[in-house]
Design a protein around this ligand. Structure first.
Ligand code: GLC
Length: 542
């Protein structure tokens, strides 16, 4: 177990993201719950993770699956009670697993009492907790669009003003310019820290310092000032791990966010690599083939850019993104090999790896009829593109590739009905491949994707080069191979990945002949070639 009383304990840690709605149901409601997570803690302990990032479980009307919070200090009855959360925190602690809550501080639900008061009168003390502009019905203050479609402005007749929302109309943006609002958020965070949580993930944190009059959303002028105040008033009073979601982060900004003095956060999620397969300047639905050489160079820039002066988060998927094996791997013939390869590529790097539930089993994307989708972003896109005359097949292809519901299908525990997720009707379809892809088959099987993840996580804990070494990209222009070297004062690590359905010629670089093989997704083969989706790691002393 990591000693979490030490500052920066998280530099050796591995996190696991739980999407609670889809993890484990214990009541037959069809929706996962906190008791379900407690039931599965031993599974997570076996995997070896140190932290659970829990997507929001706070009271919420669930318009955006909990990313619309109506009470930051209450658990939604869907998931259980505060007592269940306290039990989860203490049961997690016994196993060395901390809970990282997902705080949505950019916006609240329109059903939060603050907003319900704010919308009654311009003189209400809560009015200024949100972002309002004058206007006339039918003519919003400007043409800004919300991320989930439509205008970013919504008219409220009672106050004869528009409020600003970067996401759904039911997710009004909070006004961080207001010091009383900021204080309330800090007090709430301190209250959770007192209950024993060990970290926070901060939803769309780069968007809090918006200036809608100048059409600024991400990276507003006061962003880092707000973050430093937030951090000083809360996180720095404990030994917490914090990660901000920052679609707009570049390396220079990430150095501020993750400055080693802890003045802001521990790290951010940045999306440079994830966005490479979307057409530049277009939406995520507008697909293009993955530019592999650019992907490697992008990872290398971030690894080198933050080494010694910041910290990377390492992730391949989450609840908003496609399943990695379907996205960058081959989820057909080479599913097992490519799932292990992707893990090898990522877990060899410096930073904190995040495993998204089911990734450790090689779970895949799903194809649903349109009535089967539940995600509001997906449904809005379908409606908008239908109205704009896009062909049905093209819209569905975008959903199959990028719908957020790909990641949100229930966790596949075993081959019993509904994959052991629920005895009721699941809120979102279970992927029919659960009879073949499930935890029960994999936990004890030495060759499984699960066992491979377990080994990778253990390697990070036992070999300091994983957490300390610098990074050099080898063969940068190779169209199929991703090869890199890590090096610290004492050791060198070589990571080799063949991103291809074909055998690829490759020879061990000079000086590596006597190295130890730490892990690989095939039995050692003949020299001179790598098999389809073959990956391996070698280590040697300097
Ligand atoms: C983040 C969350 C996403 C949510 C959005 C609005 O991007 O990850 O799930 O819909 O913020 O809160």
């Amino acid at each position: 177990m990591l000693d979490k009383t030490k500052r920066n304990w998280w530099r050796q840690a591995v996190a696991y993201q739980i999407y609670p709605k889809s993890f484990q149901d214990t009541t037959g409601s069809g929706t996962g719950d906190l008791q379900g997570i407690i039931r599965r803690l031993d599974y997570l302990a076996a995997l070896g993770v140190d932290v659970i990032w829990l997507s929001p479980v706070f009271a919420s009307p669930q318009v955006d699956n909990g990313y619309d919070i109506s009470d930051y200090r209450a658990i939604d009855p869907l998931y259980g009670s505060l007592a269940d959360m306290d039990a989860l925190i203490s049961e997690g602690k016994k196993r060395g697993i901390g809970i990282m809550l997902d705080l949505v501080l950019n916006h609240s639900s329109d059903r939060h009492p603050w907003f319900e008061a704010a919308r009654t009168s311009r003189d209400n003390p809560y009015h200024d907790y949100y972002v309002w502009r004058d206007g006339v019905p039918g003519t919003p203050p400007n043409g800004m669009k919300a991320s989930f479609g439509g205008s970013a402005w919504e008219w409220v007749p009672e106050v004869k003003q528009y409020y600003f929302h970067q996401f759904a109309p039911q997710q009004p943006d909070l006004n961080w310019e207001n010091p009383r609002l900021r204080r309330e958020l800090y007090d709430m965070i301190l209250w959770w820290m007192d209950r024993g949580v060990e970290g926070f993930r901060l939803d769309v944190i780069d968007q809090i310092a918006k200036e809608p009059d100048r059409e600024i959303t991400a990276n507003g002028p006061r962003l880092h000032e707000f973050l430093r105040e937030l951090s000083a008033e809360t996180f720095q009073k404990g030994c917490l791990v914090t990660v901000g979601e920052a679609w707009g982060a570049d390396i220079e900004r990430a150095k501020l966010y993750s400055a080693p003095d802890g003045s802001e956060l521990s790290m951010v999620f940045q999306f440079e690599q994830i966005m490479l397969d979307q057409q530049p300047g277009k939406e995520k639905w507008d697909l293009q083939p993955l530019p592999f050489v650019e992907l490697k160079k992008s990872f290398a820039r971030w690894q080198q850019g933050l080494h010694g002066c910041g910290f990377n988060s390492l992730f391949l998927n989450n609840h908003d993104l496609p399943r990695t094996v379907s996205h960058w791997g081959n989820d057909g013939k080479w599913r097992v090999q490519s799932a292990k390869l992707l893990a090898t590529m990522l877990h060899g790097m410096e930073g904190m790896p995040y495993v998204f539930q089911g990734e450790e089993l090689g779970m895949t994307n799903i194809r649903l009829p349109i009535e089967g989708y539940r995600d509001l972003e997906s449904l809005n896109m379908y409606r908008e593109r239908k109205a704009a005359g896009y062909p049905e097949a093209e819209i569905m292809a975008s959903l199959y590739a990028k719908s957020r519901d790909n990641a949100r299908t229930p966790m596949q525990w075993d081959d019993s009905p509904n994959a052991g997720f629920t005895t009721g009707t699941p809120w979102l379809s279970v992927n029919p491949n659960y009879t073949a892809i499930n935890a029960a088959r994999q936990v004890e099987a030495p060759d499984s994707v699960f066992s491979y993840y377990r080994q990778l996580i253990a390697l990070r804990k036992s070999h300091p080069v994983f957490t300390q070494g610098d990074f050099t990209l080898l063969e940068p222009e190779h169209p199929k191979l991703f090869v890199y070297r890590r090096q610290d004062d004492a050791h060198q690590l070589l990571v080799v990945c063949n991103f291809s359905d074909e055998e690829t010629p490759w020879t061990l670089p000079e000086g590596w002949a006597g190295a130890d093989r730490l892990i690989g997704n095939y039995a050692p083969g003949e020299p001179g070639r790598l098999r389809p989706w073959e990956a391996l790691m070698l280590e040697q002393p300097l």
